[in-house]
Design a protein around this ligand. Structure first.
Ligand code: ATP
Length: 349
């Protein structure tokens, strides 16, 4: 296994700067997820680790070894693509065996390793089938088996679950995580799905416009977002971002006041997650009109219009939701309030 280090990676495609100086250290045996919107540079980062793309600047290290100029075949990485890329004319056995044959592994060893990978992925009963005779989920398992069969130091997965239906996706994401831990392989996983990122990643790397916005555990990026981009990208429904003001150590927002905020005077942005808005009083209390209610069964998403005109989305998990058109008092506790600077959106508290 190997730790991976990216140092100052810049990648341009013509005038597009896909990566603007990526620094990232991934520990041996760690699962790191690159998360961000379409076009933010996730796949390009992965392809640079694989050696499928050369950076314009910067270096890639595996366990301290500079591999920046090594071709993919000399890197001991395996990649699972979104499209699985199985060979249609080969049976499952031969698909999985393919990377071993390229490495000229002896026949007996090939059979042993294919069986090992197929058993791990629970597809050992499918070895004689062709890809078109498999379900999407089974094809996905074959693609993963083919990736791990060479026992790579680094496993790369690019949106590998996105072709599966919702239920299978949820099942596979925890299986991938279990498999990664069982093998102890270093994994870099790309997705734009924040829930998938939180489930699979020991750490999550949130990217936007070719830059890393934050690196942290799932809990860190959720509870202590570094800026408004991370704050609104992670969590569903999105964090409410409101205009507020600090004056004399008090935060004024939504027509209410929070005392004892140790920040300098000025205009700020205030972030509150829908799940942290409660009915009743809090450290911040505000009055609102109930605009509409989405009843989701186990919980409800309530759109509140505060007396200041601000719209606040609340996710309520307890009790009956308020009825549309009614007036309510809502509150948020101090420790659930995020404060960002107004100009650049960086977290202040
Ligand atoms: P998605 O989630 O849509 O796959 P991504 O975050 O993986 O997006 P990349 O595929 O890494 O993003 O692309 C980053 C930027 O680089 C985008 O602006 C993209 O258009 C551009 N880009 C990527 N590959 C090429 C290429 N071969 N030629 C030109 N531009 C490219």
């Amino acid at each position: 296994m190997a730790g991976v280090r990216l140092e100052g990676i810049v990648k341009k495609f013509g005038k597009t700067v896909a990566l603007k100086g990526i620094d990232l250290e991934i520990r041996d045996g760690e699962a790191v997820v690159l998360l961000g919107p379409s076009g933010c540079g996730k796949t390009t980062t992965l392809r640079i680790v694989a050696g499928l793309e050369r950076p314009d600047e910067g270096r890639v290290y595996f366990d301290g070894r500079d591999v920046t100029r090594l071709p993919p075949k000399d890197r001991n990485v395996a990649m699972v693509f979104q499209s699985y890329a199985l060979w249609p004319h080969m049976r499952v056995f031969d698909n999985i065996a393919f990377p071993l044959k390229i490495k000229r592994v002896p026949r007996g060893e090939v059979v042993r390793r294919v069986r090992w990978a197929a058993e791990l992925l629970e597809i050992d009963h499918l070895l004689d089938r062709y890809p078109h005779q498999l379900s999407g989920g089974q094809q996905q398992r074959v693609a993963v088996a083919r990736a791990i069969v060479t026992e790579p130091e680094v496993l790369l997965m690019d949106e590998s679950l996105s072709n599966l239906d919702a239920i299978l996706r949820i099942k596979m994401r925890s299986e991938i995580k279990k498999l990664q831990k069982r093998l102890g392989v270093t994994m870099i996983y790309v997705t734009h799905d924040q829930v998938e990122a939180m489930v699979i990643g020991d750490r999550v790397v949130v990217m936007n416009f070719g830059e890393i916005q934050q690196v942290g555990t799932p809990s860190e990026v959720y509870h202590r977002p570094a800026n408004t981009f991370v704050a609104t990208f992670i969590g569903s429904p999105q964090m409410n971002i409101l205009r507020g003001r600090i004056a004399g150590g008090r935060l004024e927002v939504l027509g209410g006041v929070v005392e004892g905020v140790g920040l300098p005077d000025g205009e700020v942005l205030v972030g509150v997650r829908p799940e942290d808005v409660k009915l009743g009083r809090g450290d911040l209390t505000f009055e609102a009109h109930v605009d509409f209610v989405e009843d989701l069964g186990s919980d409800s998403v309530v759109h509140l219009k505060a007396t200041t005109g601000d719209v606040v989305v609340a996710k309520l998990t307890e009790g009956e939701p308020p009825s549309p058109g009614s007036r309510v008092v809502a509150g948020v506790y101090r420790e659930k309030i995020h404060i960002f600077d107004r100009e650049r959106g960086r977290a202040l508290a």
